[in-house]
Write a protein that binds this ligand. Structure first.
Ligand code: IMP
Length: 439
């Protein structure tokens, strides 16, 4: 491997609990890249991209696919629901986006099976109130659990072997039916033959996309192609580094790129962290800066904060700079994009959570323990708001002085340069921000 590669291979990662707007930034950046790689998670993710007033909601296909010249790669760290992927292919093709020859799926990627989704629902239903993770019920956790368990896992490469698929599916379905009956009194067993036929159909359609993406990515980098890595969810949902156990089951932070994509981490030299101008979270778990009041409701309505995948209302709060700074530090974030600045227009004051107090003492930054995070008291710094017709703003210079001060403050609290600001859903509503010397 050559050390001469000076290309800025880039990763785009959420710095809070997901839904920061990574899809839009990937789409905006994708024109500078040849290959876009999705490296974690599955159909739990929801990436929304608006182009010319048209909405594209993607769950598995990397958002970069919306740029014609880009090859989209689904890497080993993803868990793939083939039915959901094919629905997305059909949706994209029906809207004139070519898929054939432009999407590659790693044969190492694990397959989400119907019993994973069923287990996700049964195990969540069995948990009481506060213990619920609040998953998306897409089978993500059970699929990653089978991957770790190994003997019950099925990978995309297995789709190419009919007899192997039949044997594996029959064995695991029989096992799961017994487990579900014993653990959850489930009286509706899955039928292995139906799943075998369903996945044989998927195999027929997906065969031509399946390959070993690891050497493909190596050769792409060696031949000077530029790679963009697109994370699903956000840093604080990372199974190792997030608000465990209220997390997803993959490495959603920037440190997960190397492992999930199958590339050396040192080649990814630019890490773009995405935040919204406020914070949101969907599902259970601690959210120190949450506003359970009229302001939280107003942010939700103005920002259309409802899940792309499940439609659930998102919990909303002021910007959590403590959590954001932790994510910047963990991921080696080199620059930040702030999304939804337009949503905060019209508020008399805007708040930033700058520290947490616990038992009367200020904590030294973010903390690993979800129970402590549940009981911290957020310390808010309030700043003057602004009221502007954001649709008329064409450059960073045009932003109201209060909005610029707000961005300056976020930048110094995060400790990373804010290079882009989004003021609306469309590609065009993205402002480049000059360096300030703050971070
Ligand atoms: P799972 O990934 O479906 O297992 O869900 C685990 C947790 O991650 C739940 O709190 C979900 O709401 C959350 N989650 C998963 N995917 C996303 C996402 O794309 N955006 C925001 N939250 C997500």
């Amino acid at each position: 491997m050559t050390n001469q590669d000076r290309t800025e291979h880039t990763c785009v990662v959420g710095l809070h609990w997901g839904d920061e707007g990574k899809g839009k930034i990937v789409d905006v950046l994708a024109e500078q890249f040849d290959v876009v790689v999705r490296y974690n998670g599955g159909a739990n993710a929801g990436h929304t991209v608006w182009i010319g007033g048209e909405k594209f909601a993607l769950h598995l296909v990397p958002s970069g696919v919306l740029r014609e010249e880009v090859t989209a790669v689904i890497a080993p760290g993803v868990v793939l629901d083939p039915g959901a992927l094919l629905e997305e292919f059909d949706m994209l093709e029906s809207r004139g986006i070519q898929i054939a020859g432009r999407v590659l799926i790693s044969n190492r990627t694990h397959l989400v099976m119907p019993y994973h989704k069923k287990q996700d629902q049964l195990s969540e239903a069995a948990l009481s109130g506060g213990k619920k993770i609040g998953t998306t019920a897409r089978g993500i956790g059970p699929c990653y659990a089978d991957k770790m368990y190994r003997s019950t896992a099925i990978r995309v490469g297995d789709l190419l072997h009919k007899d192997r698929m039949r044997e594996k599916i029959s064995t695991v379905v029989a096992l799961r039916n017994r487990q579900f009956a014993a653990m959850y009194d489930d009286a509706d067993p899955l039928v292995a033959d139906q799943i075998v036929d369903q996945y044989a159909g998927y195999a027929d359609r997906l065969r031509r996309f399946i390959t070993d993406t690891t050497p493909y990515l190596y050769h792409a980098m060696e031949s000077g192609k530029r790679l963009l890595f697109e994370g699903g969810q956000g840093t604080l949902l990372d199974v190792d580094h997030g608000t465990f156990p209220y997390v997803s089951s993959s490495n959603t932070s920037a440190v997960g790129v190397a492992n999930g994509a199958g590339v050396p981490g040192w080649r990814v030299t630019r890490v773009v962290g995405i935040v919204k101008a406020y914070s949101t979270r969907v599902g259970g778990g601690p959210f120190p800066s949450e506003l359970n009041d009229a302001i939280g409701d107003r942010i939700r309505e103005k920002g259309h904060e409802y899940g792309t995948t499940t439609g659930r209302p998102r919990r909303c709060g002021w910007f959590d700079a403590v959590a954001g700074r932790y994510a910047v530090m963990l991921g080696g974030v080199t620059e930040v994009a702030v999304m939804h600045l337009d949503t905060l227009s019209g508020f008399e004051q805007v708040g930033i959570c700058t520290s947490y107090q616990h038992n009367g003492k200020t904590l030294d930054g973010f903390c690993a323990d979800a129970e402590t995070l549940e009981s911290v008291e957020p310390q808010f710094e309030m700043m003057p708001g602004w009221d502007a017709d954001m649709a008329r703003i064409k450059s960073h210079d045009d932003l109201p002085a209060e909005a610029k001060s707000y961005l300056n403050r976020l930048e110094s609290l995060l400790g990373a340069r804010i290079s882009m600001v989004s003021i609306g859903p469309d590609r065009e509503q993205t402002l480049l921000r000059p360096a300030t010397g703050n971070a």
